[in-house]
Design a protein around this ligand. Structure first.
Ligand code: PLP
Length: 442
């Protein structure tokens, strides 16, 4: 066969094959392996890859850029292994589908992301998976009371949307452990910089990497991180898909992967089959973001505490749901778990109701009006008419979402500018606003 890049080959052959070898170099930044698949060295290499899963063959089952990000995130959360997927919603879906099937039962916190609530109530329900909800997430007895013999997973958020409830991870994980089932924690709001749920007994952590991990609002992603401590002796009967031989009679996932059976099942079976594969380019963007995670989250948490304190002193504001304030019902739990800061997403309620909320949203200039969080930019949203619009008014009230409630995600800007912007939003003349901001910061 002629050298396909030499002039003896035809133009169409050369446009595909010429110039496809690159110089050996060792980039310091994470290279983006933006390729559908990988070449095999020889005949046996291909067979070995297909038999063992070792190495890289096709990007849906493995990619070096994604692999590097997975190891970084597993390390930061203190986990044994991680699987990166296309979005936070994909991470929640894949984590749950690896644990539950028809006839199984989930116990979840009432105070979770709306997309996750919908997944449980609409989509998993159609697959024969039922969910009961726990309202007082800090009470381990409530979790125990909601569980049944067919309960296979507890699900909650470390810091919740919208009321800023703080999960007592150790207490709830203790109940899950008694039942031989995993506690899955969505740690999106806290990030591993503020809180590492696996250290407190959670078995699995999920994130929307689209938020703080990416940090700049440019890419979606999600991750599932496992503690690697699945116990087939205690829990094998509850999770037969992990301990049964494969369809072809090969050894079970637990026999091949031991304590890492859960995450191996995610990687080998659920993620590649349901197929929410991330782009290696997005994995690169998230990895870039994670390199500055601590700096951003520290600044965001400090800014958020200042903004929450400032709002709490304003006569126009009836309540501020921020766990960093001593008035928050979970402040004591927050102090135990969040020693580096209380996060930067919270809501507050205006006495003037929806009209005052509309006025604030339409007058702020530094805050961006959008549905996203964890961005370097400060963001504002009116939950009652957007994220929580499909609830009844009564259900919204129970979640702490009132007509005058606004959700903030605080960014890394100079805090004086954020306070001046909120002042503008509250409708004070600019001269008075400046005085007020200075007084409160003093
Ligand atoms: C945004 C979010 C999700 C969903 O993540 P996407 O990346 O938007 O799919 C899940 N959980 C929480 C807590 C979130 O904030």
């Amino acid at each position: 066969m002629p050298d396909p890049s030499s002039a003896t080959a035809g133009f169409s052959t050369r446009q595909v094959h010429a110039g496809t070898e690159w110089a050996d170099a060792s980039p310091r930044a994470l290279p983006i392996f933006l390729t559908a698949g990988f070449t095999f060295d020889d005949f046996d290499h291909a067979a070995h890859h297909f038999q063992t899963g070792v190495g890289f063959g096709y990007t849906r089952t493995g990619n070096p850029t994604i692999d590097a990000l997975e190891r970084k995130l597993a390390d930061l959360e203190g986990g044994a292994d991680a699987v990166f997927v296309a979005s936070g919603q994909a991470a929640v879906s894949v984590a749950l589908l690896a644990l539950v099937g028809a006839g199984d039962h989930v116990v979840a916190s009432t105070h979770i992301y709306e997309g996750t609530r919908g997944l449980l109530l609409d989509n998993l329900a159609r697959l024969g998976i039922e969910t009961d909800f726990v309202d007082d997430v800090a009470d381990p007895a409530a979790w125990r009371a909601a569980s049944r013999p067919n309960t296979r997973v507890f699900f909650a958020e470390s810091i919740s949307n919208a009321r800023n409830d703080i999960l007592d991870i150790a207490a709830v994980a203790g109940v899950a452990d008694d039942l031989g089932i995993p506690l899955v924690v969505d740690n999106t709001f806290a990030t591993p910089y503020l809180l590492r749920p696996l250290q407190h007994g959670a078995a699995v952590v999920v994130h929307s990497a689209s938020k703080f991990l990416a940090g700049q609002g440019a890419a979606l992603g999600g991750v599932i991180i496992d503690d690697g401590r699945f116990d087939p002796v205690r829990s094998g009967a509850l999770f037969p898909h992990l301990v049964a031989a494969s369809r072809s009679g090969a050894p079970s996932v637990a026999e091949r992967h031991g304590g890492r059976a859960r995450i191996a099942y995610v990687r080998e079976s659920v993620a590649p089959r349901f197929g929410p594969s991330p782009s290696p380019f997005n994995a690169f963007l998230v990895a870039q973001g994670v390199e500055t995670l601590s700096l951003r989250v520290r600044q965001q948490s400090a800014n958020a505490l200042a903004v929450a304190r400032w709002l709490a002193r304003r006569p126009e504001v009836t309540s501020v749901d921020y766990a960093g304030l001593p008035t928050h019902p979970h402040h004591a739990v927050a102090r135990r778990y969040l020693t580096r800061g209380f996060g930067s997403v919270f809501q507050f309620t205006l006495a003037g109701g929806e009209e005052a909320a509309r006025r604030l949203i339409e007058s702020v200039e530094v805050f961006t009006h959008m549905t996203h969080l964890g961005d370097v930019r400060s963001l504002v949203l009116h939950p009652a008419t957007t994220s929580h619009a499909q609830h009844s008014e009564e259900a919204r009230r129970a979640l702490g979402v009132h007509p005058g409630t606004l959700r903030l995600s605080i960014g890394i800007e100079d805090v004086d500018d954020l306070l001046a912007d909120l002042d503008r939003g509250l409708g004070l003349p600019q001269s008075d606003a400046a005085v007020t901001a200075v007084e409160v910061l003093a």
